[in-house]
Design a protein around this ligand. Structure first.
Ligand code: ZN
Ligand code: ZN
Length: 544
């Protein structure tokens, strides 16, 4: 068996690993390279393998740097199965189609230039249709469900706490007449105590660990007060008659902001003042992603689940408005009134946010608030660096609005959190491979791992191949749980079922007398029928 590192080696994008066994070829992630032109050129290079020969692709999460080359893989002959979590499957649908749009429009723009220069036109990396076509290969599972993929491969997705649906992949491979090998792929690990989703789960054991290292040389600033800071900024700006513009990533960060603002709405005493500030989510992708969040509440952390069981919808409050049409979006800037606009893209490189910046940057009573990473060269970074004038949509705009950034919102675990996560293994892996990090971050983390855990990690170059034969394995214990532990685990799951069922009965009785819309009534009835089916299935299974 061998493991080949074909992306996100000494860089943070293009995640792609190939595992070849005696009988199967397996990919972990198939991501897009993003960043410099040189890096992005790699996307159009042929794959290092024949896509038609790949049997399985296990996808850690929906981000484009992990999923973005899937349509290309399918276009070039992949006919296998793609496994990921249910939430990832639903998010990836939105993201790949959007990526198809971007690929198509990039080429249109480029081809205009080429035509003028007398050069032949370029083909897009893939189209919206290619992206849609790739979706039929997806199959999904819930967190912690162990899937027996075939006679020699099984997998399990554990929560990586990074974005909705993000997973750490546990992979067991048993080749004929050989010991079972357990490979763990961390995917991207989230920073702790984020809104909405849970913390990354600790993994018990692995023979081989492939681990991300994005922030291997960095510690996050304190997360405390980030929401207070944002609320204060909003109140101050609005009291001066200004508006607050927040560029935000459509998937993840926007839903975190909605969640936090909803919490403020639920628990704040001086609600009258807050209600007078309209808050607009102006991004079709963010709106679609919010729907996926609503459909996957089982992924949420305890705080959020409690809120939901108590009857609150964390993505709705009185003064929150979702802006769907283009016309509605334009209208926001026709009449000036104090408001908050949360729009994408997060680094201001495209999308409706550019219109809002054009209309609001030149007024000194407005504020622009950055809540996410701004990469070098992006409009977001240029503004954050404090320029006095920018060119947006072909027009020169003076920057007179206040420019603020609130740190502490981060998608990735920092150095300490990465080390702690590795420390959580009860049986340490035989080998650790560090990927998904710039060289400095990865090397720093590697040194600390060696110091702390006495394991010398391997930092693979792009194309590096590791042969698994003849290694002494120490992790795999056959995974047979003690009867006591089994009983405890099943009891815990049953208790959750009881709790949720109880809350369901109470709530259903409460709404019985209300006039439900036909659609809502049908929806509720469908879900109850589904639940009955699942319960009956379990009973039959237990009867056997
Ligand atoms: Zn990610
Ligand atoms: Zn990533």
């Amino acid at each position: 068996m061998k493991i080949q590192f074909l992306g996100a080696s000494k860089v943070v994008t293009g995640s792609n690993i190939l595992i070849t066994t005696g009988s199967y070829k397996i990919l972990l992630d198939c991501g897009m390279f993003q960043g410099s032109d040189e890096l992005e050129l790699l996307n159009s290079e042929p794959f290092e393998f024949n896509p038609a020969e790949i049997d399985y692709l296990f996808l850690s999460h929906a981000h484009i740097d992990h999923s973005g080359r899937i349509p290309k893989l399918v276009k070039e002959g992949f006919k296998g199965k793609i496994f990921c979590t249910k939430a990832t499957k639903e998010l990836v649908e939105i993201m790949l189609v959007d990526s198809g749009h971007i690929q198509e429009s990039d080429v249109v723009w480029e081809n205009r230039k080429r035509k003028r220069a007398g050069k032949p036109p370029l083909e897009p990396l893939y189209t919206v249709d290619d992206a849609r076509n790739s979706l039929r290969y997806f199959e999904s599972a819930l967190y912690n469900q162990k899937l027996y993929v075939n006679e020699s491969i099984s997998i399990r997705f554990r929560d990586a706490g990074h974005i909705l649906g993000s997973s750490i992949i546990e992979l067991w491979i048993t080749e004929p007449n050989k010991d079972t090998v357990k490979i763990v792929f961390s995917g991207d690990l989230g920073s702790k105590d984020k809104p909405l989703i849970r913390n990354a789960e600790l993994i018990e054991e692995a023979d081989y660990l492939i681990m991300e290292s994005t922030y291997g040389n960095r510690l996050h600033e304190s997360k405390e007060q980030r929401i207070e800071k944002l609320i204060n900024l909003i109140n101050e700006t609005v009291s001066k008659g200004g508006s607050v513009i927040i560029p935000s990533f459509a998937v993840g960060r926007t839903q975190e902001l909605i969640y936090e603002l909803n919490k403020y709405y639920e628990y704040n005493q001086d609600i009258e003042a807050f209600l007078r500030i309209p808050i607009y989510i102006d991004s079709p992708m963010a709106i679609a992603a919010t729907e996926v969040f609503k459909n996957n509440s089982y992924c949420f952390n305890d705080e959020t689940k409690k809120l939901i069981l108590n009857g609150d919808n964390p993505f709705a409050f009185e003064n929150l408005h979702f802006v769907r049409s283009h016309e509605e979006s334009m209208r926001l800037n026709e009449v000036h009134f104090p408001k908050v606009v949360i729009s994408a893209s997060g680094m201001c490189t495209a999308g409706r946010i550019r219109h809002h910046l054009k209309h609001n940057l030149w007024k000194s009573n407005n504020a622009v608030v950055f809540v996410g990473y701004q990469a070098n060269g992006t409009l977001g970074r240029i503004l954050k660096d404090g320029v006095k004038k920018v060119k947006i949509l072909g027009e020169e705009i003076a920057v007179l609005a206040g420019i603020h950034s609130i740190e502490g919102f981060s998608g990735h675990a920092d150095q300490k959190e990465l080390l702690d996560w590795l420390g959580g293994f009860k049986k340490k892996p035989t080998r650790v491979f560090l990927v998904h990090g710039e060289e400095e971050a990865t090397t720093t983390l590697s040194n600390l791992i060696e110091e702390k855990y006495n394991i010398k990690p391997i930092i693979p170059n792009m194309g590096y191949t590791f042969q698994i034969e003849d290694e002494v394995l120490r992790a795999y214990s056959g995974e047979i749980l003690e009867p006591i532990q089994r009983k405890e685990n099943i009891k815990m799951e049953l208790e959750q079922v009881y709790d949720q069922f109880e809350s369901l009965v109470v709530k259903t009785e409460r709404i019985m007398d209300e006039k439900l819309l036909n659609k809502d009534y049908d929806n509720l009835k469908n879900k109850l029928l589904q639940l009955q089916k699942e319960l009956l299935d379990i009973n039959i299974f237990l009867g056997e």
